[in-house]
Design a protein around this ligand. Structure first.
Ligand code: 5GP
Length: 127
């Protein structure tokens, strides 16, 4: 399956340096920065630098090196922000929205890392 990537999306613009961001961590393949509308005391977005639309696109087409770098960067964000359980932190949630039903706003793959408070149930039941 081929995925159409829209180069004008906001995270592509952040990666090109056209829009500022509050960077927490940058590696050769990955960027982690604070969400502009945080929904918890810790709300960081982790994105690959490559042009991937969502999680399944990333899993299908990214190299093992990109996937390892992304995964380890996300774990390092958990450590840096102090949410890592068992090491002083009290836990976190990772979320990757995809497509229409996933209510994905920005069509560049990103992992939300949320923490710093009790986050409540995973989903509200739809009416
Ligand atoms: P999605 O709904 O696609 O999973 O999440 C997109 C996230 O990107 C939202 O939490 C939103 O607040 C965040 N966001 C949108 N535009 C910007 C921006 O220009 N800068 C940053 N740092 N975050 C953004």
């Amino acid at each position: 399956m081929s995925y159409a990537y829209d180069d004008s999306n906001i995270f592509a613009r952040i990666l090109r340096g056209e829009i500022p961001n509050k960077t927490l961590l940058e590696t050769p393949h990955t960027l982690a920065f604070h969400d502009i509308r945080p929904q918890a005391p810790v709300h960081v977005l982790v994105i690959p630098k490559g042009k991937y639309v969502n999680f399944d696109h990333f899993a299908a087409d990214a190299s093992d090196e990109e996937i390892a770098d992304f995964t380890r960067t996300a774990a390092e964000v958990c450590r840096m922000t102090g949410v890592k359980p068992g090491q002083g932190g009290q836990g976190y949630r990772t979320i990757a929205n995809a497509g229409e039903h996933g209510v994905q706003e920005v069509p560049h793959y990103h992992l939300h890392i949320l923490g710093g408070r009790v986050l409540g149930p995973m989903l509200k039941r739809a009416e």
